[in-house]
Design a protein around this ligand. Structure first.
Ligand SMILES: Cc1cc2nc3c(=O)[nH]c(=O)nc-3n(C[C@H](O)[C@H](O)[C@H](O)COP(=O)(O)OP(=O)(O)OC[C@H]3O[C@@H](n4cnc5c(N)ncnc54)[C@H](O)[C@@H]3O)c2cc1C
Length: 512
């Protein structure tokens, strides 16, 4: 008898969610994580002695269903006290603030327009919400479950009523620029409200594609950003505790080198994994929480895949465009016009500023004037920095994975300086407060976190790689062309962010 029912490759949050559901169902589950601790891109990172951050620094739509099912509150998750306002930083301290359903600080009629805009966006987000937790139907599938899911998705949209349904169809792939221009006047408001549609993707306000869908995806729960106590890794600790309490084993420093594949009378079948040190471990199911390209091209190997499928996997777009800045600070930085910098601060003065930053990245260059998002996680929990000192964490857009000429230390230092200079325009004394800085390019993230391209979503969140095509047909229902091998990472439906849906949905398919 095999020792394990399921082996999960990778203890990112999706791997942990999947493990917890399988173990709760009575499966013997082993999670193998290459890094020294679980969490993947959400893991705790001590970047300077006593100073902690995580690449993913806040959550906005982690599934409430998963939190309840896995009893995360009983396993130490406390995120109630740490909700953040989103603040669009204005040049002279005149900021726009989105807090608990209201917009303030905007010019003209925008504060009122925000209520009408959000009423509609929430309706659309609610109509889409059930789809994120479903297994997508197969294209051309005629099975009952495929047809039922198609029908349920259609009915949800139809339930919007004719007028709103027409509007939904019209805006779903609209460039963000048009959506914002139709609703608001103030450039700072437009840039701030478009942020959640753009961050993490190779898209700018004028790009037609899936920015509006990304925005609706991120509104699936309440859409408010928060930092759990102890940082995002507080959520990871709760997930790991829930999985192990149900009997799952988590082994860190365990690099999976390849998926073991046997052939039987029906063809190929996954039978376990081999670790980098040569150890072989058997299981009935192998579930990969690594990204799709890593899974198929490195761990399975193209010799085990059909050429058409291999071509589609090779074509997946996975180049990341978000870099990460961590600053260890000797005190709390002062931001002009803010009493307390405890919100999520967006530095993007206008939609064109976002577009111009993207223009550079499109051609493999770094932006002269990066646009970015800043939080100070140490204001939301005492464990992240020594007493009286602080950690600043920033997402820097758009920093290309494939920099023209390649990433050198000098190129990294230059971009890091540019990001700090940009922040210093809003927090004038910050340079003098820096004890240590860390700048991670998408190429660094690929190396440190084993994510192809260092991509936020593991593979681009774009219409040709979404829903029943995520990551590609043939593997869009969590199972793969190799029986016994499943996917459960951000590269599967519905996509990235700290959500847990891919892990949840994959566990359901394994148990089916
Ligand atoms: C710069 C950046 C900032 C982000 N900020 C946010 C944010 O603030 N909020 C948010 O919601 N989302 C954010 N995201 C997105 C979010 O972090 C990811 O979408 C999410 O972490 C994906 O989770 P996952 O569990 O699918 O994969 P991952 O977190 O990538 O975990 C995969 C795990 O698999 C392991 N692994 C891979 N290969 C192997 C192997 N061969 N053997 C063993 N283990 C292996 C890796 O070590 C890793 O631990 C950010 C992403 C980036 C790049």
């Amino acid at each position: 008898m095999k020792q394990y029912d399921s082996i999960i490759i990778g203890a990112g949050h999706n791997g942990l969610v999947c493990a917890a559901y399988l173990a709760r169902d009575g499966q013997r589950v082993l999670v193998l994580e290459a890094a020294g601790a679980p969490g993947g891109l959400a893991a705790n990172r001590e970047f300077h002695p006593g100073f902690h951050a995580s690449v993913a620094h806040s959550t906005s739509h982690f599934s409430k269903k998963i939190a309840t099912d896995l009893n995360l509150a009983a396993h130490g998750l406390d995120k109630t006290a740490n909700q953040m306002a989103t603040i669009g930083l204005g040049a002279n301290g005149e900021h726009v603030i989105v807090d608990r359903g209201a917009l303030s600080g905007a010019g003209g009629d925008d504060n009122g327009a925000y209520q009408d805009y959000m009423r509609l966006m929430r309706r659309f987000a609610d109509a889409l919400k059930p789809s994120w937790m479903k297994t997508m139907p197969r294209i051309g599938g005629t099975g009952v479950s495929d047809l039922l899911t198609f029908a349920q998705m259609g009915l949800k949209i139809r339930g919007l009523g004719k007028k709103d349904m027409q509007e939904f169809m019209r805006i779903a792939t609209l460039p963000m620029r048009d959506l914002m221009d139709e609703n608001f006047d103030d450039e700072l408001v437009k840039a701030t409200l478009s942020w959640d549609g753009l961050i993490g993707a190779k898209m700018a306000p004028r790009s037609p594609n899936s920015a509006v869908l990304a925005l609706l995806y991120r509104l699936a729960e309440d859409g408010n950003h928060s930092i759990p106590s102890g940082g995002v890794s507080g959520l990871i600790n709760a997930l790991a505790a829930s999985a192990t309490a149900s009997g799952a084993e988590i082994r860190c420093d365990a690099i999976v080198d390849r998926v073991l594949i046997n052939s039987n009378e029906n063809g190929l079948v996954a039978s376990g994994v081999q670790l980098a040190d040569g150890e072989k471990i058997e299981a009935s199911n192998v579930i990969s929480a690594a990204d799709p390209k890593t899974t198929f091209l490195n761990l399975v190997g193209v010799e085990n895949l059909d050429i058409g499928f291999t071509n589609r996997v090779q074509r997946l777009r996975c180049d990341g465009y978000v870099a990460k800045l961590h600053l260890a600070l000797n005190g709390l930085p002062g931001f002009t016009g803010l009493d307390k910098p405890d919100g999520r601060m967006i530095v993007a003065p206008a939609m064109d500023a976002i577009e111009f930053a993207f223009d550079h990245a499109k051609y493999g260059e770094c932006p002269n004037n990066p646009v970015l998002e800043v939080v100070i996680p140490s204001m939301h929990g005492t464990s992240m920095a020594p007493d009286g000192q602080h950690v600043l964490s920033a997402h820097i857009m758009y920093v290309p994975y494939a920099l023209k000429g390649g990433w050198t230390d000098a190129a990294r230092d230059e971009m890091c300086d540019r990001a700090i200079d940009t922040i210093a325009q809003y927090a004038p004394g910050i340079r003098e407060q820096i004890i240590q800085s860390e700048f991670l390019t998408p190429a660094d993230l690929e190396r440190d976190y084993r994510v192809t391209g260092g991509h936020w979503h593991h593979t681009e969140f774009a219409t040709d790689q979404l829903l029943m095509m995520r990551p590609t047909y043939g593997a869009a229902q969590y199972n793969t062309p190799i029986p016994g091998l499943y996917l459960c990472s951000a590269g599967s439906h519905p996509g990235g962010d700290i959500v847990g849906a891919a892990g949840h949905n994959a566990a359901r398919e394994v148990l089916r």
